[in-house]
Design a protein around this ligand. Structure first.
Ligand SMILES: NC(=O)c1ccc[n+]([C@@H]2O[C@H](COP(=O)([O-])OP(=O)(O)OC[C@H]3O[C@@H](n4cnc5c(N)ncnc54)[C@H](OP(=O)(O)O)[C@@H]3O)[C@@H](O)[C@H]2O)c1
Length: 343
């Protein structure tokens, strides 16, 4: 990478991973209240798989720079920002724009990364860690001794969710393809193969009284089964619609259907709760509260990592210039852990 210039990856439209473009330009300047982060690590998330198909429910119009989150060093500060921030390592959640050598963000949106964790390791815990922590502790409010079902237990969010749940003394049933079962069992998770087994029937065998929480990113039919698997007092946290990634038609409809179901379920007097979790909820109308929670929760995840309760699973590290390969690899479903892009 040219140390003086900006390098960024552009998603020009609905394309195969090989259609991503590399663009070079001038390093951006921090405006008032902003910082320029020199990226050290940015991640490939499921969101980019949906965005390149035009299937992410609120993606910006093409072309744009994808990249949900990043970790890097503050290179410059804008007016009104403490210059002492320069040189510190921070994390940021951006939804788009992370796949670039330099990224401008509001200083208030950055979270300090503690010493003792590398940039790539920290990167694997930003969107995945915040999502997992908030769903477990702010939505389901899990307690020791409970049993939960985690769909996609080997995935980016799922693997952090599993580890945080186990650390909280919770029993975990996890769905995953068979190739991930040995490592799940080694962690203490009871695996279920969502490709070959009847997930609902198997979970009923394992937890006849129902489970205390289900974390469902699959959507579609799965979310209905997930709701029915809840024990009295249980909580469904739906947070995605992975099963409709390759559908055509409205990209909002699958999520709107889930929201409608959640609304109906919560109006029924049945002693269970359903949520559709959205990591961005509250940002538009309560920005300070949103930022405070995000900072507090990511700091908790980093602390769990320091205690050895959560390990950062890095599947591969590739430079930005190989973003196409990285996305192709993520979509192959053959890797365990997060694919990290570096400058
Ligand atoms: N609502 C929010 O705020 C929020 C925030 C972050 C992420 N998300 C959502 O979370 C989901 C996971 O993201 P990620 O980055 O962790 O993805 P990821 O690392 O690619 O993991 C996806 C996981 O889903 C599993 N999977 C795929 N299709 C499935 C199906 N039909 N049934 C059960 N499991 C299935 C995969 O299992 P195999 O490897 O075995 O195929 C894998 O474990 C995405 O839908 C994303 O949009 C939502």
């Amino acid at each position: 990478m040219n140390a003086e210039g900006l390098v960024e990856v552009v998603l020009p439209g609905t394309v195969e991973p090989e259609g991503l473009l590399i663009r070079r330009g001038a390093v951006p300047v921090a405006g008032p209240g902003q910082v320029v982060i020199r990226m050290e690590a940015t991640g490939v998330s499921f969101a980019e798989q949906q965005m390149r198909r035009g299937r992410y429910y609120d993606q910006p119009p093409f072309p744009f720079v994808p990249g949900y989150d990043l970790v890097g060093t503050v290179q410059a500060t804008g007016e009104g920002v403490d210059p002492a921030l320069t040189g510190s390592r921070v994390a940021a959640l951006v939804k788009v724009g992370g796949w670039a050598s330099h990224v401008v963000v509001e200083a208030a949106d950055t979270v300090a990364v503690p010493d003792g964790i590398g940039a790539a390791e920290a990167e694997t815990l930003v969107v995945n860690g915040i999502t997992a922590w908030q769903m477990l502790h702010r939505r389901a409010r899990i307690r020791a001794g409970q049993t939960v079902l985690v769909h996609g237990a080997n995935g980016g969010v799922g693997s952090v969710l599993v580890q945080l749940a186990l650390a909280a003394g919770v029993q975990v049933i996890g769905t995953a393809s068979a190739r991930h079962h040995d490592s799940l069992r080694a962690q203490g998770v009871t695996p279920v193969d969502y490709r070959t087994e009847d997930v609902a029937a198997r979970v009923r065998e394992l937890a006849p009284g129902g489970v205390d929480a289900v974390f469902d990113h699959v959507g579609g039919r799965s979310v209905i089964d997930s709701w029915r698997l809840l024990a009295p007092g249980g909580t469904l946290v739906s947070y995605g619609s992975a099963s409709t990634r390759d559908d055509s038609g409205s990209k909002q409809l699958p999520v709107l259907k889930i929201l409608a179901r959640v609304w109906v379920w919560n109006t029924l007097p049945n002693g269970r709760r359903a949520y559709f979790f959205n990591i961005w909820a509250g940002r538009a109308f309560a920005k300070d509260r949103f930022r405070a929670r995000l900072r507090a929760d990511l700091t908790q995840v980093f602390a769990a990592h320091r205690r050895g309760e959560v390990t950062a699973g890095i599947a591969a590290q590739l430079p930005l210039a190989r973003a196409s390969e990285a996305l192709r690899l993520a979509e192959s479903g053959t890797v365990a852990g997060k694919i990290v892009l570096t400058p």
